[in-house]
Write a protein that binds this ligand. Structure first.
Ligand SMILES: C[S@@+](CC[C@H](N)C(=O)[O-])C[C@H]1O[C@@H](n2cnc3c(N)ncnc32)[C@H](O)[C@@H]1O
Length: 273
């Protein structure tokens, strides 16, 4: 199986759901509420929905009836999303949900027809430039607001500092930009790419930070994130392996003792047509 086809584990999505909810930029939702559709429900397409965390976070923040269409290519994650649906809406209205197994890099405008909002979370870095360009065009063609949350930017800060931080970070970012049969992934360049493409199409794009701040209360997530971060760095730079094994032990010991603070920067985008 090629690296980019690796599936996202439900356990990882569960672990990060609370930190994701705390990190997303709430002020963008205030702007979104003003775009409440008149004369009909919200029709919200969530792209790369995973186990459905975006809907569980956003549905109660939006007033009025909502119909969510959850897209993912992974049938097992869609089944989890269908079993743990969002809602009710902010004003108590029920929320309707359907799932669609689809490749969101191949959406045509017909697939998003009638949308009043398109969302995605933690998705953009997994795409190539060609794929994101197609996705941006499909979203812009729908003529509704687009909310893309929690896109990684490549900036990570750990406290206390360690001499290996910068080397691991650079190798991780290179791994995110790795070559795949579909082309090189955008990784931390995805936000700038998406903003540029939407603006070129004449849309207004509002950009806000949405960092994870993982302290002692999120030690479990910090430890899992760290293991994945170091593992991906070593995959890119096998010469790191020996130093990285020691680094990982040091960092996990600090995380376990509640002495490690990790900030992982993300960016949220609200696109207004
Ligand atoms: C990091 S997870 C984020 C899941 C969810 N949005 C969340 O925030 O918890 C990325 C999701 O995108 C899905 N995905 C990635 N590429 C996709 C594609 N081309 N078409 C459909 N789904 C895709 C994966 O299956 C996975 O569920």
């Amino acid at each position: 199986m090629s690296v980019e086809a690796v599936r996202v584990s439900p356990a990882w999505l569960d672990l990060r759901e609370r930190a994701d909810a705390a990190a997303r930029a709430r002020e963008l939702i205030g702007l979104l509420r003003r775009r409440r559709p008149s004369g009909g429900p919200w029709v919200i397409h969530d792209l790369g929905c995973g186990s459905g965390a975006m809907g569980r976070w956003l549905a109660p923040l939006l007033p009025g009836p909502q119909r969510w269409i959850l897209h993912d290519r992974d049938a097992d994650l869609l089944a989890l999303a269908a079993a743990d649906v969002p809602g009710p809406a902010g004003d108590g209205t029920a929320v309707a949900v359907e799932t669609r197994r689809s490749d969101i890099t191949r959406l045509g405008q017909g697939d998003l027809a009638g949308a009043t909002l398109i969302t995605a979370s933690a998705l953009l870095d997994l795409l190539t430039g060609d794929e994101l360009a197609v996705l941006v065009r499909a979203c812009a063609g729908a003529g509704c607001p687009v909310l893309f949350t929690l896109s990684v930017t490549g900036h990570v800060r750990l406290a206390p500092l360690d001499r290996l931080d910068a080397r691991v970070a650079a190798a991780f970012d290179a791994h995110q930009r790795r070559e795949t049969p579909r082309g090189p992934l955008l990784g931390p360049d995805a936000v700038e790419f998406a903003v540029g493409r939407f603006r070129r199409l004449g849309a207004e794009v509002i950009v806000r930070p949405s960092p994870w701040r993982l302290g002692g209360a999120e030690a479990g997530l910090a430890a899992d994130w760290l293991a994945g971060w170091v593992g991906a760095a070593c995959e890119h730079d096998p010469g790191l392996a020996v130093d990285a094994a020691l680094y990982r032990r040091r960092r996990l010991r600090e995380a376990g003792a509640g002495r490690l603070a990790v900030t992982v920067d993300h960016t949220d985008l609200l696109v207004l047509p």
